[in-house]
Write a protein that binds this ligand. Structure first.
Ligand SMILES: O=C(O)CC[C@@H](O)C(=O)O
Ligand SMILES: [Zn+2]
Length: 464
């Protein structure tokens, strides 16, 4: 570990005892997320258990000029929670309790270290539903989800994390505790700071408590996996289903993505090989919905938009079909992927994908390019896989060069360079492709208000 001012370390140890860690294993464990670009090098790791302790940590940081990095489930993909420069990591694993539940408000109050799946299971135990879901739900924490405004596989129906947070308690970079919006549905009293903190990547303060809204449990979820001859056909299928059915998900993946998950032991859904696949899901609110889905499926086949397909007949089959999509990220991970998480409005998706695909195919004739994502909400994951014999540094450098061309197209289409993974360090150099100079100046000014000494996660999102 790099050296932290002795006086600061003494104060932290006096405050937290054994919950102030300076051993190399803890540094490795708490100083990284799922990006493998920067090596972890924090000065120390602290594990607060109360809001008061969080406030005192922030006060010590201000006094000694420490830099603080929030750490949740560490499943991030943009290096937003990486401590690579001697920072103090503040990990929320010990603040992981459900504090309150109110069935009339359909609201649950949680600490930031509650794991997403723990929240989903709690909601289920109350016969309710927390709908924000993604493959890393088993380890990601709600505090991290709030800091990145996490999205995932159900956004088409339920929106992002932002749409489910009705209240936030935060400790600002000044060490003050703010109680934001207090669980209210309606509150027209000026600036809603809750929304400033959601998606702020820990640059303004720490989330120490959140009030989360819950939904009705979905009824008889059913999935269809369909094979399509081309990408444009996938979008026609989306349109055909959406005209009649409220979809809870519409995901797509290419044949290359399919090949990787099959190699990882997931069962093939049907015999035909197709260039593209989509997975769509809906609630069977009545028998009629299933019949209507079959009619639309047949229509898509007649039109030549669908080559083959399968529909789940049980919860087990539904879960099996979801594996095809949810396990893509882990199945390509051994190939050191360079990730892009880009979005445009849904109507622009076909032209946008065609333009980007042309650029990356030309730029990387020897690299494998894997497309998949949440196409129903306009979010594509573009992963470039590293050839086994190419050194990691050369690979990332080449990918970085091409990113500029990709992001020029994103800008042309008024899209986002980070739809749901955040900016962190990986996308920081490209922020101006999605946000104007004026906007970035306002962002910096806002940070200065909440965190005047720049103790909160510096070097992420933008440089001050
Ligand atoms: O690995 C990726 O590029 C995407 C990860 C995640 O957002 C997903 O949708 O599976
Ligand atoms: Zn995703």
């Amino acid at each position: 570990m790099t050296s932290l001012a002795h006086a600061a370390l003494d104060q932290l140890s006096a405050l937290l005892g054994k919950r102030c860690l300076t051993d190399p294993d803890s540094a490795q464990r708490y100083g990284v997320d799922w990006t493998k670009v920067w090596a972890p090098a924090p000065s120390a790791v602290v594990l607060p258990e109360t809001t008061e302790e969080v406030q005192q940590i922030v006060e010590i940081a201000n006094e000694h000029g420490l830099h603080l990095v929030p750490s949740g489930g560490r499943t991030g993909l943009s290096a937003g929670a990486v401590a690579a420069n001697g920072e103090l990591v503040v990990a929320f694993d010990r603040m992981n309790r459900v504090l309150d539940f109110n069935e009339y408000d359909r609201s649950v109050t949680v600490q930031p270290g509650v794991v997403t799946q723990q929240l989903q299971e709690f909601a289920d135990s109350k016969e309710l539903f927390y709908p924000v879901d993604f493959a890393s739900a088993g380890s990601s924490q709600i505090g991290g989800n709030i800091n990145t405004n996490a999205g995932g596989i159900k956004v088409i129906r339920y929106g992002m994390t932002r749409d489910w947070i009705t209240g936030l308690k935060v400790v600002t970079g000044r060490g003050e505790l703010l109680d934001l919006n207090k669980g209210l549905i309606k509150n027209a009293t000026g600036y809603d700071f809750r929304h400033l903190f959601i998606g702020s990547e820990g640059t303004l303060g720490f989330v120490v408590e959140a009030a989360v809204k819950l939904a009705r449990r979905p009824k008889d979820l059913t999935a269809l996996v369909l094979g399509a001859p081309g990408f444009r056909e996938v979008m026609k299928v989306l349109h055909a289903f959406q005209k009649d059915i409220d979809l809870t998900a519409f995901e797509f993946f290419s044949d290359k993505a399919m090949a990787h998950v099959l190699e990882h032991g997931v069962a093939k859904p049907f015999d035909s090989d197709c260039p593209f696949y989509c997975l769509l899901e809906f609630e069977q609110l009545s028998e009629h919905t299933g019949e209507r889905a079959m009619e639309i499926f047949e229509h898509c086949v007649e039109q030549g938009w669908v080559l083959d397909g399968v529909m789940s007949q049980s919860l087990g089959q539904l879960e099996q079909l979801w594996q095809l999509r949810e396990r893509i990220s882990e199945s390509i991970a051994p190939h050191t992927p360079y990730k892009n998480d880009i979005s445009v409005t849904v109507s622009k998706v076909p032209d946008f994908v065609e333009d980007v695909d042309k650029v990356v195919q030309d730029a990387y004739p020897d690299f494998e390019i894997v497309w998949f994502g949440h196409i129903g909400d306009g979010n594509m994951h573009l992963n470039i896989l590293k050839p086994a014999d190419l050194p990691k540094e050369d690979f990332f450098r080449q990918c970085g060069d091409v990113s500029k061309w990709v992001f020029e197209i994103v800008q042309k289409y008024d899209g986002s360079i980070s739809a749901e993974h955040g900016v962190g360090m990986t996308k920081k150099p490209y922020l101006s492709y999605s946000r104007s100079e004026e906007e970035i100046a306002y962002m910096k000014a806002v940070k200065a208000v909440f965190d005047p000494n720049n103790v909160m996660n510096p070097g992420k999102l933008f440089d001050v």
